[in-house]
Design a protein around this ligand. Structure first.
Ligand code: NDP
Ligand code: HEM
Length: 491
């Protein structure tokens, strides 16, 4: 808030000077309030409508403004203008969030973190709506709602429930890789500044010569990955539930602007069919030895929002926001998300949410969409239909962003993903545990699983938990079994 030496006169929302900030219009000091005190009535009505619905997931978060700068020539795999030349800068806005909790939930609970980025490019907005993990719990959008409900609250008690979480996970073996990361200390990042961000999904790109590639985006923290232990995260949850929000804001205010390096994995288009993993399966990474990351640029967050509601709460991201040079892939989750985000924004914010300053592109908009609640941008007397003979905008297939791939025709049906030679649900989780984690990581992982699965989880469910972790790694399964035996009796 700013201190004004001579404060301006309070007005109604119509700009009419108000007569009092303190007293309603009453009939004498003890008399009734007059209904025609339009100013006080307006204050109450506005207050009652002060909230929009919170995001159905990722409700608790915070954000900051910044820029993206290209550091390396990547024109060999994309023609996207904002990645066009070394040194080029693009304005951006980032929002980080927890997933399962509501608006007032603590920042430091065990959860994946959302890592949502909006690049205001000259070709329209590009949104990268990722997480701080390179994979996800499920691989088909039909399971997303069920997964999220298992993380939320029971219908009768309104309480979160570990038993429900393990029920879903153990019945959904494709979750094992993501649950391994979630139960490791990466499930409790120390700050938003010290976590990586990942597209998780595979996207496509196309260069100026028309050559296509499959890519994955990795935003690596230059502050270095740092996490809380389970105990430290719980202590911080009790001390300062807004710790991450406060930390990011304070760091930027101090001039410590957090930086992430963008690295991308690039796969030639033709490799996908024969790659040892199905490259479109969101529960898998592409091992770095197969596709070493290439440097692309850096993202710097250097400006705090002036108004939390206008900039953070009303910000809206969508995987449908792609720019020419970047496209989707056969990842079904990604395709499902392309529908879901615009739909939820229409409900959460309103028809014309894209006209709000935080969401509006810096590029010119020439659209045949018109009118609707709260519309204020318009194109005057522009024709309202296409094609027309009166100078309305005309689509350009050369500039347009459709990035396509061949689909073998087949019978319409409900199919599992095509299995590639090394695909299984537990292999990559096992290599993370055995080959990437150090002894401390492994110890914490086992202890975190035991802590979580001994809190309100039935003994029948614990048996399934042990089997699940044994499939990730036999040694880990034994540690979990021993730990659960030694922990408090199951419910
Ligand atoms: P590499 O050794 O080449 O890379 C391992 C990656 O794991 C690094 O990017 C590192 O990121 C990250 N990492 C380190 N500790 C953890 C942890 N406790 N939890 C999650 N990630 C961690 O191995 P591969 O590429 O062959 O992959 C092996 C396993 O590593 C995978 O099964 C996957 O679980 C994990 N991983 C792989 C990624 C990939 O894109 N290939 C990305 C992230 C994880 P950092 O720089 O942040 O330390
Ligand atoms: C937020 C749906 C998978 C990352 C949301 C929201 C919905 C949603 C409805 C609320 C948006 C809002 O109200 O503004 C889905 C569906 C998915 C899916 C249907 C699968 C089919 C994923 C995956 C990731 C992800 C795989 C990460 C890789 C995010 C992030 C946000 C979000 C970061 C918060 C965006 C913000 O900060 O405003 N999702 N989601 N989601 N989702 Fe997803």
């Amino acid at each position: 808030m700013t201190d004004a030496p001579t404060p301006p006169t309070t007005t109604t929302d119509s700009g009419i000077p108000a007569t009092s900030d303190e007293y309603s219009l009453t009939v004498g000091p003890a008399g009734p309030i007059a209904l025609h005190d339009a100013y006080v009535v307006q204050k109450m009505q506005q207050f009652n409508r002060e909230r929009t619905p919170e995001r159905v997931v990722h409700a608790k978060g915070t954000g900051a403004h910044g820029y993206f700068e290209v550091t390396d020539d990547v024109s060999w795999f994309t023609k996207a203008a904002f990645l066009g030349e070394v040194g080029k800068r693009t304005e951006m806005f980032a929002r980080f969030s927890t997933v399962a909790g509501e608006q007032g939930y603590a920042d430091t609970v065990r959860d994946p973190r959302g890592f949502a980025l909006k690049f205001y490019t000259e070709e329209g907005n590009f949104d990268m709506v990722g997480n701080n993990t390179p994979v996800f719990f499920v691989r088909d959008p039909s399971k997303f709602q069920d997964f999220i409900r298992s993380q939320k609250r029971l219908p009768d008690t309104g309480l979160r429930d570990n038993n429900m979480q393990w029920d879903f996970w153990t019945l959904s073996p494709e979750s094992a890789h993501q649950v391994t990361i979630l139960m490791s200390d990466r499930g409790t990042p120390k700050s938003l500044r010290t976590m990586n961000g990942y597209s998780s999904h595979t996207y496509s790109t196309i260069n100026a010569a028309g050559e296509k590639f499959w890519v994955k985006w990795h935003f690596k923290t230059e502050q270095g990955p740092e996490n809380f232990t389970d105990a430290d995260a719980k202590a911080m949850t009790a001390t300062d539930p807004d710790y991450h929000r406060r930390d990011l804001r304070a760091a930027i205010d101090r001039g410590e602007h957090p930086v992430w390096r963008l690295e991308m994995q690039v796969m030639p288009f033709a490799d996908a069919a024969k790659y040892r993993f199905n490259p479109f399966d969101l529960t898998k990474v592409w091992p770095h030895e197969d596709y070493p990351p290439v440097q692309v640029g850096r993202m710097v967050l250097d400006r705090n929002p002036e108004n939390f509601f206008a900039e953070v709460e009303q910000s809206s991201f969508s995987p449908a926001n792609l720019v020419p040079g970047v496209g989707l892939s056969p990842d079904r989750m990604l395709m499902g998300r392309v529908f879901s985000y615009h739909d939820t924004h229409l409900h959460r914010i309103g028809t014309n949410y894209q006209q709000l300053p935080i969401n509006a592109p810096k590029a010119e908009v020439h659209t045949y969409s018109k009118d609707g609640a709260m519309a204020y941008k318009h194109s005057g007397a522009q024709p309202v239909y296409a094609p027309n003979s009166f100078g309305g905008p005309v689509a350009d297939p050369q500039r347009g962003a459709d990035l396509t791939w061949w689909v073998e025709s087949g019978e319409l049906g409900r199919y599992a993903y095509e299995k590639h030679s090394e695909d299984d649900d537990f292999g990559q989780a096992g290599s993370l545990y055995r080959n990437v984690m150090d002894d401390t990581d492994r110890e914490h992982l086992a202890a975190n699983i035991v802590g979580h699965a001994s809190d309100g989880v039935t003994s029948e469910m614990q048996q399934r938990v042990i089997e699940y972790w044994t499939l990730v790694d036999a040694g880990l399964g034994k540690k979990v079994a021993d730990g659960l035996r030694a922990a408090a009796p199951a419910v």
